[in-house]
Design a protein around this ligand. Structure first.
Ligand code: NAD
Length: 373
């Protein structure tokens, strides 16, 4: 290990001496070399839910050094067989939704990543916690704050981690904007704007089925603007107001929001104004404004590359597949106790759920809702 590190240091030092390499390509080279020589602990992960995002995560994990895809949980035998062949997954690491409690007897799986429709997150997380496995769960962590609390309690009493798939919390340009804000480079923050949306297709999909999604655009895409309002401003909101617009009540039934605008007030005096929608494309933008400067990110939460600029110019940092970085960092949190810059634990998931509950309550009542921590 020592000699590898010495070798790596010498090798990267020689790159520093090369004037032809920019700071950016030097950092990229250093990262690749670190990956090649990694010989530390590896988190062995099973993915539950082999749908479109599960597929993306599995692909991205092939480039991970600290996390490895070793198992699957699915209700579709054909998908299991295809993933086994593609990722060399042994039969003993394959489960379905009926028998996955047996994972407790499998010492070769450390964590399960839940990537199923939102309504399934809570019961699946609780079963996995009881099976003694670390839980990584997609956003939104659950349907509401009460469910989120149950998940936290179950994971705490089982002594396992509960992490939420907030991939933007590890994204380099996002973290640079946060560093600049923390360093006071934008001055006192007074305003955030978040726009999150896309035109949703198939009316039969689970995303617009209240029973499976828990709501509509806010649960799925608006949560990015909500979460970003908190990490970009760096405070927790104290009040919320919200308004809903529904132009297609046939497609977006009772309890399924098509478009919601919401506003958040922060203790330092900043306000956030956000739009969440399933009715418009090309909404993926964050804007943070302070007394001395601003940051603009567009795209701000898609799969990237993220584009970020501030009053000081463009932020130039290499794009690395978000889910690769996320899974490496989550492995470090679970295996090495690493503290991320932005939290991704159950408490963080719960903060968003409490605000989502309040946004829906504000839509219903038309009133300003005070938030308590
Ligand atoms: P999807 O519909 O593509 O996949 C869902 C999977 O769950 C499918 O394989 C489906 O077979 C399975 N499933 C199990 N039980 C089911 C049931 N009762 N009904 C319907 N499907 C069932 O959805 P997705 O886009 O992969 O989303 C899954 C989760 O991932 C959601 O919570 C979503 O919010 C989240 N997600 C996160 C990101 C991100 O960038 N972090 C991106 C997309 C989706």
């Amino acid at each position: 290990m020592r000699s590898r590190r010495d070798f790596l240091q010498k090798l990267t030092a020689s790159f520093i001496a090369m004037p032809i390499l920019s700071r950016q390509s030097y950092a990229e080279t250093e990262r690749k070399l670190t990956d090649i020589f990694y010989d530390g602990p590896v988190l062995r992960v099973a993915i539950m839910g082999l749908g479109s995002y599960g597929t993306r995560v599995a692909e991205a994990m092939q480039a991970c050094t600290k996390a490895k895809l070793v198992g699957v949980i699915s209700g579709t035998p054909a998908k299991i067989a295809a993933w086994q062949a593609k990722y060399n997954i042994p039969e003993k690491n394959c489960y379905n939704y009926e028998n996955f409690d047996e994972i407790k007897n499998n010492p070769d799986i450390d964590a399960v990543y839940i990537i199923t429709p939102n309504a399934l997150h809570k019961p699946q997380a609780i079963r996995l916690a009881k099976a003694g496995k670390h839980v990584i769960c997609e956003k939104p962590m659950a349907l509401n704050a009460a469910e989120g609390k149950e998940m936290i309690t179950a994971c705490k009493s089982a002594g396992v981690h509960l992490l939420v798939g907030y991939r933007m919390h590890f994204e380099a340009k996002t973290l640079e904007v946060i560093r600049m804000r923390q360093a006071g480079e934008f001055g006192k923050i007074l305003f955030f704007q978040g726009l999150s949306g896309f035109r949703i297709g198939d009316p039969a999909q689970w995303r617009i089925n209240k029973g499976l999604s828990g709501g509509g655009s806010l649960m799925d895409i608006g949560i990015y603007s909500l979460n970003a309002a908190r990490y970009m401003i760096g405070e927790e909101p104290v009040w919320v107001t919200a308004q809903e617009t529904k132009n297609d009540p046939v497609k977006f039934k009772e309890g399924v929001d098509e478009t919601i605008q919401f506003q958040l007030g922060f203790p330092g005096g900043a306000v956030a104004s956000c739009l969440s929608t399933y009715a418009m494309n090309n909404l993926d933008r964050f804007f943070l404004n302070g007394e001395k400067g601003f940051a603009e990110m567009q795209p701000g939460h898609g799969y990237g590359p993220i584009k970020a600029k501030t009053n000081k110019g463009d932020i130039e940092l290499p794009h690395i597949t978000h889910q690769t970085v996320q899974m490496n960092e989550m492995a470090a949190i679970i295996l090495e106790g690493k503290q991320p810059v932005l939290p991704v634990d159950g408490e963080e998931g719960l903060r968003d759920l409490k605000i989502i509950d309040a946004i829906y309550a504000a839509v219903k009542s038309g009133k300003k809702i005070q938030l308590t921590s």
